[in-house]
Design a protein around this ligand. Structure first.
Ligand SMILES: Nc1ncnc2c1ncn2[C@@H]1O[C@H](COP(=O)(O)OP(=O)(O)OP(=O)(O)O)[C@@H](O)[C@H]1O
Ligand SMILES: [Mg+2]
Length: 279
């Protein structure tokens, strides 16, 4: 049990459909996220990560189990939560300018004046380095810049917890590394709690304070790993650390464990496996 859990997930399960057509997506999941913690959830493709995230943010009713945020049970999207999806091209409104896209969810926050909203948008746009583009349209920006707008929208909302579902999966490797560092920086500045879903093992180890490793579907928690790499992290020096290589190989083996072939147990094959971390 954590000292100060912000999010508590208890025996959560989800089955889509009934009878012979049923898909058991989430088996039985329990974990906690502490205030200001950065937790990555990593699991094989199709194991139920998005299903889990949709339940956590109140968009999908679980078949059984319970989620509490700040001590209150989640039954509908909580105001204290913001969500950043993988597909930025579908999550931004093409007819709204960058600033308007970021301001839009703020309209939901009662008691926020127009001046407050404008200031929140200005700060968030500055944090993601898009000040000069506030009056542009999303379609005038590159994919990486559009994803930065989506991050800025999450930040401007000033949620207690930011949920992210493979937010950098559709950008190139260099942009992805830049966005990871941007996220770590703004997370530090805003002090926001982050729950980040990915199937990229390197990314999970690089970003997280703890990594929750999921099994294949119906998914369960296979292992929870403390990541005690020093911060601030750096794309070159952090990834050169022996501890980084050890952790990433450990997560890789944990994910591969259920279907591991006998030859994968040998040192050589495991090293090869660890150098190909994206599932
Ligand atoms: N609305 C739905 N109705 C029925 N089955 C669904 C629905 N959404 C997801 N599933 C099934 O639930 C399982 C888990 O899907 P989910 O999208 O949660 O996995 P994921 O881990 O996010 O996958 P990916 O790595 O591809 O993003 C899959 O077998 C999927 O086909
Ligand atoms: Mg998914």
């Amino acid at each position: 049990m954590l000292q100060d859990p912000m999010l508590q997930v208890s025996r959560l399960a989800k089955t889509y459909g009934f009878g012979a057509d049923a898909t058991h997506a989430v088996g039985d999941i329990s974990f906690e996220v502490a205030r200001s913690e950065f937790v990555c959830i990593v699991g094989p493709s199709g194991c139920g990560k998005t299903t889990l995230l949709k339940m956590l943010c109140g968009l999908l009713a679980p078949t059984s189990g319970e989620i509490t945020l700040g001590g209150r049970r989640v039954t509908e999207p909580p105001e204290e939560m913001a969500l950043v999806f993988q597909d930025y091209s579908r999550s931004l409104y093409p007819w709204m300018r960058v600033g308007e896209n970021i301001a839009f969810p703020l309209l939901r926050q009662r008691g926020l004046s127009r001046a407050d909203r404008r200031e929140r948008v200005r700060q968030a746009v500055e944090a993601v380095g898009l000040t000069g583009f506030i009056d542009g349209y999303p379609w005038q920006l590159s994919g990486g810049m559009q994803q930065r707008v989506a991050i800025a929208r999450g930040l401007a909302y000033q949620p207690q917890i930011l949920l992210m579902d493979e937010p950098f999966a559709s950008v190139d490797a260099q942009t992805r590394a830049d966005l990871e560092d941007l996220l770590l920086r703004v997370r530090h500045e805003y002090g926001v709690t982050v729950l980040f879903v990915t199937h990229d093992i390197d990314e999970s180890v690089y970003l997280a304070d703890r990594v929750v490793v999921l099994t294949p579907r119906p998914t369960e928690v296979q292992e929870v790993l403390e990541i005690e790499l020093p911060r601030p992290r750096n794309q070159v020096t952090t990834k050169e650390l022996p501890e980084f290589a050890r952790l990433r190989a450990h997560v890789y083996r944990a994910i591969k464990r259920p279907e591991r072939a006998p030859e994968d147990v040998s040192g050589n094959a495991s090293e090869k496996a660890a150098s190909a971390p994206v599932l």
